[in-house]
Design a protein around this ligand. Structure first.
Ligand code: SF4
Ligand code: SF4
Length: 78
């Protein structure tokens, strides 16, 4: 069964500086994207970066991402 991963973007408002969940995931499930459309990277405001599940099939449900998040912004369920 594939994982459902949700990230609360209001709580996670500067993922570029944090990145804890991205770094802790042993199977690189999560990815950093942007909600700002096609702009040059340096023109994107920090709050427009978003964390999303990408490789759902690689999620083992270890919950390290949820545990490491200082803002309690990540939820994983199956
Ligand atoms: S539950 Fe574990 S494997 Fe799944 S996204 Fe979080 S850290 Fe990665
Ligand atoms: S650990 Fe939490 S606050 Fe940090 S980038 Fe991931 S979801 Fe955002």
């Amino acid at each position: 069964m594939l994982a459902t991963i949700t990230v609360n973007d209001e709580k996670c408002n500067d993922p570029l500086s944090c990145r804890k969940c991205l770094l802790v995931c042993p199977t690189y499930v999560l990815g950093l994207g942007t909600s700002a459309g096609a702009h040059k990277f340096k023109e994107i405001e920090p709050e427009h970066f978003i964390v999303r599940g990408v490789r759902f099939d690689k999620c083992t449900g270890c919950m390290k991402c949820a545990e490491v998040c200082p803002k309690n912004a990540v939820q994983v369920s199956f």
